[in-house]
Write a protein that binds this ligand. Structure first.
Ligand code: FES
Length: 116
C-alpha cells in the first residue's frame, strides 16, 4: 500500500495524494502541469524528475511506485542542495575592486533569458 501522505515536493510540502487527486481531476497533459498543484516542482527542482516519473506511471495506468524510501529521498535532496552551486560573480577583493568578466557572466545566461 502506497503512502499518499508521503511528500513528493519537499519545498512546498506537496504529498503524493494531492498530486494523484490533481492528476485525476485536472487531466494533465505534461509533467510540468503538476506545478499548478501547490507549486510542486517550482522550488529547488529536486523533485522534477520524480514528478516526471510519476506522470509517466499515471499515463501508463500504473500505480505509483516510489524509487526509494522517504528517508533516502530526503537525504538525496540534501546532497542535491549541497552540490548545486549558484552562479554568482566572484566576491570583492579586500582592496575593494571587483574582478568581474561581464562577458563571461552574460555568456552563462540562457539565450531565452537574454534581453535584446
Ligand atoms: S522538492 Fe520540489 S521543488 Fe524542491
Amino acid at each position: 500500500m502506497i503512502d499518499e501522505n508521503r511528500e513528493v515536493c519537499l519545498c512546498f510540502h506537496v504529498p503524493l495524494g494531492k498530486l494523484l487527486k490533481f492528476y485525476r481531476i485536472r487531466r494533465l497533459n505534461v509533467p510540468s502541469d503538476f506545478a499548478r498543484c501547490h507549486g510542486a516542482g517550482t522550488g529547488c527542482g529536486w523533485c522534477v524528475p520524480h514528478l516526471e516519473r510519476l506522470f509517466e506511471q499515471l499515463q501508463r495506468g500504473e500505480a505509483p511506485e516510489p524509487e526509494m524510501t522517504f528517508e533516502e529521498y530526503r537525504a538525496r535532496r540534501a546532497i542535491y542542495h549541497r552540490e548545486k552551486k549558484p552562479m554568482l560573480p566572484p566576491s570583492a577583493d579586500a582592496d575593494g575592486a571587483l574582478d568581474i568578466d561581464l562577458d563571461e557572466i552574460i555568456d552563462r545566461v540562457p539565450d531565452d533569458m537574454k534581453l535584446d
